[in-house]
Design a protein. Structure first.
Lengths: 279, 464
């Protein structure tokens, strides 16, 4: 078995060198989306998305409300079924690469009165690694504390989560993803409703992740900061309008196409399909 | 007279017998039912956190028709077998499953919401059960007594064989809860994240539901189907008042569940006429009320007490600051020291004037300060002690810094600054104070900045 220090997959012996280099190449690509279509209650939400994410970069997904940004992430993570298309994480199916993917969902549907502290929440990121029937040990708690320290929340470790501000809560959930030490991160609107200090802290963390060679894909709502924070951008409105380096792709023309108000034929068709038949 | 004494005497004797566990049967029943209480406390915790609390209600109430039908069928096929609790439990199980299934179908295929769906199913099944029950009472003779116990519980007089079943099942459920503790916690807290991490949330939910159904069904015999839902729900809600950690909450819920079952069984053994299920649940309810009142986290008494302490702290600071402000004009501000402060006697009426307190409140404040060694009463009035003087200087400094901050950084009207400062300054800790001093670099050179507004009633003013 060939062992590579960079890749996590070992190439089985007996395979042609050219094929193994193809396998190697595929496993270098953190995220590969081919022809993905997602439908929700017969209504298409994402059409024919094709994209390959570059390694070790910060990528923004932008688009108007309802354009399918959260749906795209959820369909990649197998939380929503795909109607068509294929998703590869480091050249393999998501099921086998879960441990390499971190996820920070939107901060909306959590019950803030739930009896957990900030440290408890971060420790939850380790549960999968700990495994079934085994308890959370002191060592695990120390790892969780380190993650809290990284987001600047170590002093708040024993606070119950409703005692934290919005920005602090966001940082705790970020720490929960960081504690996995993943190679690919998905974040859904991490900057929504946070104060300026938290925003700076999160950007610093994103940049340090990039330094370490991690890839981060972020659903971002603030067009003003896309240039400053992100290397690549995906412009999404049910279909991928454009994707690539920010300087090339984030143009007025493309933005107009993404956010433009006129209903294209595609939008009209999907509206029609969503309406009940006897209307 | 002697007959009354006789009755009381025998009751006490029964109670004594029960408590000292002299009765073999009571011992077993106590052990088994306590285990039931522990397991239902644990399962109930997850149910409450998963917001499925009333699922237990559906399970228990929809068991009734199944029990009645099982009895009638068993009596028809082989008279006398209607007493067997295993047969009745099977009937309960099937009927409960149908009830839960119907609730899920209503939720899935119609627009009817959770609570209405529950009410519909409950009404349907329980109504059917009651109707069947009257049939049972008219047909069967002595065998129907067993059915009554399913409704009202018979904890203290359960047959030993049934208790073993209860104990075994409860032990299994308890172990399962412990083994799956962290996975179930994650499921209750953040289902989406759990799914993203690869947990089959549907399966976990199924396990939780199965445990809830199991505990409810074995609890039917002890507590009765009317009240078994309370056995699941009261311990965790009571436990919530004592902690904000999930692990502690589960442990306390298990303890409260076990305790209320234990107390209930003992009391029920001593007073055999009382419905056992009711006694158990009432014990739980008493523990709940105690938790509500005295629980360390969110209990009413601790909250009231900490509020009182905070108010007293504010009152104390204001009093000391009023003393300082009275004395202040008598000296050059750079020369003020604790010793100088100690030397001045303040007439009580002038002090009252500065602080604008009601007379009675003022008396309480000064008395309390005197008891704490901060003030001393002399013939001319109140004097600060050494401790009081040092504290007065600290408190005034804090207040003045905060006033300065409000004035210079927030454009607040100077007339409102005093009022604004009063609230916040008591919440400042030492870190925040250091930041404040950093911000107001000019002010931190002086030991105590002068007041930005006029203080009426001070030593050098004409007003009284």
């Amino acid at each position: 078995m060939t062992n590579s220090t960079i890749d996590h997959e070992a190439v089985p012996s007996g395979i042609e060198p050219s094929a193994s280099s193809v396998l190697n190449a595929a496993s270098m690509v953190p995220l590969s989306i081919e022809d993905v279509t997602v439908a929700y209650h017969r209504r298409p939400v994402l059409w024919n998305i094709d994209y390959q994410a570059p390694r070790g970069k910060l990528v923004a997904i932008v688009g108007p409300n309802g354009s399918g940004k959260t749906t795209l992430i959820k369909s990649i993570l197998d939380l929503i079924p795909r109607a068509a298309g294929r998703v590869l994480i480091f050249g393999q199916e998501y099921k086998t690469q879960r441990h390499r993917v971190g996820y920070v969902p939107q901060r909306t549907s959590v019950d803030w009165d739930f009896p957990v502290s900030a440290l408890d929440v971060v420790a939850m990121g380790l549960y999968r690694k700990i495994g079934w029937f085994k308890p959370v040990t002191h060592a695990h708690r120390e790892t969780a504390k380190q993650a809290l320290d990284r987001v600047g929340m170590l002093d708040f470790a024993s606070r119950q989560i409703s005692q934290l501000s919005g920005g602090q809560q966001q940082r705790v959930f970020l720490a929960r993803a960081l504690v996995q030490n993943a190679d690919l991160y998905f974040m859904d609107e991490p900057f929504a409703g946070v104060d300026a200090a938290t925003e700076r802290a999160i950007v610093d963390i994103l940049r340090s992740l990039r330094e370490s060679g991690k890839t981060v894909i972020v659903v971002h709502h603030d067009l003003q900061t896309v240039h400053e924070y992100f290397d690549e951008v995906m412009l999404l409105n049910m279909r991928l309008i454009a994707a690539g380096p920010t300087s090339e792709v984030f143009t007025t023309e493309n933005l107009r196409k993404t956010y433009g108000g006129k209903l294209a034929l595609l939008d009209q068709l999907s509206e029609k399909m969503a309406r009940p038949r006897n209307n | 007279m002697s007959s009354v004494l006789g009755v009381v005497d025998s009751m006490l004797e029964l109670l004594f017998r029960a408590i000292t566990l002299r009765d073999y049967n009571t011992r077993i029943v106590l052990g088994g039912t306590t285990l039931l209480g522990i397991s239902s406390g644990l399962v109930g915790t997850f149910l409450v956190l998963r917001k499925r609390a009333l699922a237990a209600d559906v399970v228990s109430h929809s068991a009734l028709p199944g029990i009645a039908i099982a009895f009638l069928v068993a009596e028809r096929l082989s008279p006398g077998s209607g007493r067997s609790s295993s047969i009745l439990l099977i009937g309960a199980f099937v009927s409960s499953l149908l009830g839960m299934g119907m609730t899920m179908c209503i939720r899935r295929w119609t627009r009817i919401k959770d609570d209405a769906a529950l009410a519909i199913v409950l009404g349907l099944f329980f109504g059917l059960g009651m109707a069947l029950f009257t049939v049972v009472q008219r047909t069967a003779t002595g065998n129907a007594a067993g059915l009554q116990h399913f409704i009202f519980g018979k904890a203290a007089s359960i047959v030993a064989a049934d208790v073993w079943l209860i104990a075994e099942v409860s032990a299994v459920v308890t172990l399962l809860c412990c083994a799956l503790f962290k996975e179930l916690s994650l499921l209750c807290f953040d289902e989406e994240f759990a799914a993203a991490r690869g947990y089959h949330t549907f399966v976990l939910d199924g396990i939780l539901t199965l445990m809830a159904v199991t505990v409810t069904l074995i609890g039917l015999q002890s507590v009765g189907l009317l009240l078994v839902v309370a056995l699941l729900l009261i311990p965790p809600t009571a436990a919530r008042f004592w902690t904000h950690h999930l692990t502690s909450m589960a442990l306390i819920a298990a303890a409260i569940g076990g305790l209320s079952c234990g107390i209930g069984v003992l009391l029920s053994a001593a007073f055999p006429r009382l419905a056992a299920g009711a006694v158990i649940v009432l014990s739980g309810a008493v523990l709940f009320v105690l938790s509500l009142l005295f629980g360390r986290s969110h209990g009413l008494w601790p909250r009231w007490r900490s509020q009182r302490e905070f108010e007293q702290k504010i009152g104390r600071s204001d009093l000391l600051r009023a003393c300082f402000e009275y004395i202040e004009p008598l000296f050059n501000i750079d020369e003020i020291s604790a010793r100088k402060l100690q030397s001045v006697s303040i007439p009580p009426s002038r002090l009252l004037n500065i602080g604008h307190w009601p007379e009675s409140h003022f008396q309480r404040l000064t008395a309390s300060a005197e008891k704490s060694g901060l003030l001393r009463f002399s013939s001319d009035g109140w004097q600060l002690t050494m401790d009081g003087a040092v504290e007065a200087m600290n408190v005034t400094r804090q207040h003045r810094l905060w006033e300065l901050y409000l004035l210079t950084q927030t454009d607040l009207d100077p007339r409102l600054v005093d009022r604004g400062a009063d609230g916040i300054e008591h919440a400042l800790d030492s870190d925040q104070l250091a930041r404040l001093e950093g911000l107001l670099s000019a002010a931190s050179d002086q030991r105590i900045p002068p007041s930005p507004h006029v203080i009426t009633g001070a030593a050098n003013s004409d007003s009284t």
